[in-house]
Design a protein around this ligand. Structure first.
Ligand code: AHM
Ligand code: MG
Length: 336
C-alpha cells in the first residue's frame, strides 16, 4: 500500500517466466520454465557461496584452517558442482557443457534440453572482490536426439534462451528467451530475483571502449589503429573513456547498461581469441542483439552464425551498441 511506500506487487522471476511462458514458442510444454527455475536455484546457491568465500579466504590467509584441516575447495570447483547438480536434478536437462569439464556430460534420465555454461567466469578476479558471474545458454535437443555432442555444436541462432548472473553487490540476472532482454536483481532477504530492468535496450550514445590494452602489441594493425583512433577527439570533441574490469560478465553488464563497446579480439598470442564460443560468446551475443546491439567476430561476421567444431572452441568477439559495432565494421572495411 502507498501509505508505507512498500511495493506490494513485485514481479519475481518465477512470476515473470510463468506469465511469458505461453509466448515462448520453444516452451509449449512448460519444460523450459522448469529448467529456468532450476537455473535460478543454482544462481542463488552460487551467489551465497561467493558471499561466504571472501570471508573464508580471508580467514585462510590469516593462517587458520577449517575444522577438519581440509583445504577449502576453490570457488570455480564449487560453482561447477552446484551447477551440474542443479541441472541433473532439474529432470529437463540431458546434455551439459561446462567450462570446467573437458567433455560434455550426458545425464541419465529424461530431458529435452542442452545447457552450456561457464559456472564462474572471471574467477581470477575473485580474491580481489571483483564481480564474477555465471554465463549460460540453452538449446532444445535436435529432433529424435537422446543427447549428444551434435546438440551443442550448433549456431548460436538456435539457442532458445541465454543470459548471465553477475555476482556483485547484489546478484543480477540478465535473461533472454528471444523476446528482448529482461534484468532481475536478487533480493537476498526474499530469496527471489525481482524484475528490475524490463525490456532492456542498450544505450547507443556512450563513448566507452572495453578491451585488454595490455595486448596491444599482439593486435593486428587494423585493431591497433581502431583503438588508437578512439583516443583522439571524436565528433563531440572528446575521446572515448576506457573501462576494463577483466570479468566478461561485468564488462558486458556495464556495456548493456551504459553502452559502448567490449572486445576480446584474436591476436598473435591467442590466435583464435580467448573467449569460448559456446558458453561465453553465444550467450552474450544473443543478449546484445536482443537489447538492440550487435556482436561480431574479428572478420565482422555475426557471432551467432558461428558453428563451433568442438565444445571449447574460441573466437574473437566485438559487442556493443549498433553504432559502436558499425564503427568497427567500417574500420575493417565491412559494410554494416
Ligand atoms: P575465465 O573463463 O578463465 O575466467 O576467462 C575468461 C575471462 C573473461 O571473464 C574476461 O573477459 C577475460 O577472461 C579477461 O582476460 P584477460 O585477463 O586476458 O584480459
Ligand atoms: Mg570464462
Amino acid at each position: 500500500s502507498d501509505e508505507f511506500e512498500v511495493e506490494t506487487d513485485i514481479i519475481t522471476l518465477t512470476r515473470f517466466i510463468l506469465s511469458t511462458q505461453q509466448k515462448v514458442a520453444a516452451d509449449a510444454t512448460g519444460e523450459l520454465t522448469l529448467l529456468l527455475n532450476s537455473l535460478q536455484f543454482a544462481f542463488k546457491f552460487i551467489a551465497n557461496n561467493i558471499r561466504k568465500a571472501e570471508l573464508v579466504n580471508l580467514i585462510g590467509l590469516a593462517g587458520a584452517s577449517n575444522s577438519t584441516g581440509d583445504a577449502q575447495k576453490k570457488l570455480d570447483v564449487i560453482g561447477d558442482e552446484i551447477f551440474i547438480n542443479a541441472m541433473k536434478a532439474s529432470g529437463n536437462v540431458k546434455v551439459l557443457v561446462s567450462e570446467e569439464q573437458e567433455d560434455l556430460i550426458v545425464f541419465d534420465g529424461p530431458g529435452n534440453y542442452a545447457v552450456v555454461c561457464d559456472p564462474i567466469d572471471g574467477s581470477s578476479n575473485i580474491d580481489a572482490g571483483v564481480s564474477v558471474g555465471t554465463i549460460f545458454g540453452i538449446y532444445k535437443l535436435l529432433p529424435g536426439s537422446k543427447g549428444s555432442i551434435k546438440d551443442v555444436l550448433r549456431p548460436g541462432t538456435e539457442m532458445v534462451a541465454a543470459g548471465y548472473t553477475m555476482y556483485g553487490a547484489s546478484a543480477h540476472l540478465m535473461l533472454t528467451t528471444g523476446q528482448g532482454v529482461n534484468g532481475f536483481t536478487l533480493d537476498s532477504s526474499l530469496g527471489e530475483f525481482i524484475l528490475t530492468h524490463p525490456n532492456l535496450k542498450i544505450d547507443g550514445d556512450k563513448q566507452i571502449y572495453s578491451v585488454n590494452e595490455g595486448n596491444t602489441t599482439y593486435w593486428s594493425e587494423p585493431v591497433q589503429k581502431f583503438f588508437a583512433d578512439l583516443k583522439k577527439p571524436q565528433e563531440n570533441g572528446k575521446p572515448y573513456s576506457a573501462r576494463y574490469i577483466g570479468s566478461m560478465v561485468a564488462d558486458v553488464h556495464r556495456t548493456l547498461l551504459y553502452g559502448g563497446l567490449f572486445a576480446y579480439p584474436a591476436d598473435s598470442k591467442s590466435k583464435n581469441g580467448k573467449l569460448r564460443i559456446l558458453y561465453e560468446c553465444f550467450p552474450m551475443a544473443f543478449l546484445l542483439e536482443q537489447a538492440g546491439g550487435k556482436a561480431v567476430t574479428d572478420a565482422g561476421e555475426r557471432v551467432l552464425d558461428l558453428i563451433p567444431k568442438a565444445i571449447h572452441d574460441r573466437s574473437g568477439i566485438w559487442l556493443g551498441s549498433e553504432k559502436e559495432i558499425n564503427k568497427f565494421l567500417k574500420a575493417i572495411g565491412k559494410d554494416a
